[in-house]
Design a binder for this molecule. Structure first.
Ligand SMILES: Nc1ncnc2c1ncn2[C@@H]1O[C@H](COP(=O)(O)OP(=O)(O)OP(=O)(O)O)[C@@H](O)[C@H]1O
Ligand SMILES: [Mg+2]
Length: 247
């Protein structure tokens, strides 16, 4: 049997952690605190696709296209070029309009995805939907509409999710972690009085994945995943300390 092809994120090291890349047609949640690199990772995923004839769509509720262009410029990517080539589309909209579009297979969004041959979608951010309702049951239905809509279009997507600095998983309304196919978590960690970035794959349906926590760096050219945090504990708590060895 032929091995299922993967959708490479283009982030060196992350694809390795994902056993080659994302599962085609899957919906991954990328969660993390402000500034930890969610938008950068999302753009990198789309730029990588755009350069390999795998057109993408970036949907933003907060950042205007001009600001996204600027962010990308600082990472070394010229988005305008990719847009002109028809390999990238930037969309600025509201959560309600997007929700209505994804609920209907006849929407303008659906036509754009079909006509543009869109294979990859990044949604920045999924957190905005939590503001549409206070009811956790309704919120879960909203998440399902989004995910089912993206699956109907056959695209592979990253849903970017904002996290407060002190997350409490019990507080997660709508159970987003349960409805997505996988979760990539980005974190800031304090190591010897300096802030470093960490990345871990927490869940990936239908695939094996690395369980270790690795370092991540953002620089011109995008995100690079580095070594495993060896000999350190409590990385995910945000403040790590050296593992003490018993004598
Ligand atoms: N060229 C660059 N070199 C080094 N670091 C960079 C570069 N460009 C961006 N960064 C880093 O990336 C960070 C921004 O990351 P990004 O916008 O992807 O985070 P985010 O998780 O989307 O944040 P937010 O929650 O605020 O949307 C900046 O704070 C900066 O530290
Ligand atoms: Mg962002």
């Amino acid at each position: 049997m032929t091995k299922q092809t993967r959708v490479a994120t283009g982030v060196a090291g992350l694809d390795e952690m994902l056993s080659g890349g994302l599962v085609p047609g899957s919906t991954m949640l990328v969660r993390g605190a402000p500034g930890c690199g969610k938008t950068s990772l999302g753009l990198q995923f789309l730029v990588h696709g755009a350069r390999h004839n795998d057109p993408g769509l970036f949907i933003s509720f907060e950042e205007f296209p001009a600001s996204i262009h600027r962010d990308a410029e600082s990472l070394g990517w010229n988005l305008a070029e990719l847009e002109e080539a028809g390999q990238l589309h930037l969309m600025f909209t509201t959560p309600q309009i997007l929700l209505d579009s994804l609920a209907s297979p006849q929407s303008a969004l659906s036509r754009l995805m079909l006509d543009g041959g869109i294979q990859r979608v990044v949604l920045d951010s999924i957190t905005h939907f939590a503001r549409l309702t206070d009811d956790p049951v309704k919120l879960r239905a909203i998440y399902n509409t989004i995910i089912n809509g993206l699956k109907r279009e056959g695209v592979t997507s990253l849903l970017l999710g904002e996290e407060s600095r002190t997350p409490d998983p019990r507080q997660e309304r709508g159970k987003l972690s349960y409805v997505v196919d996988g979760i990539i978590m980005l974190r800031y960690v304090e190591v010897e009085s300096a802030m470093q970035r960490a990345i871990v794959v927490l869940k990936m349906r239908g695939s094996d994945h690395a369980k270790e926590i690795r370092g991540a760096e953002i620089r011109k050219g995008g995100m690079v995943v580095t070594d495993v945090f060896e000999g350190r504990e409590n990385i995910l708590s945000g403040i790590s300390h050296r593992t003490t060895t018993a004598r």
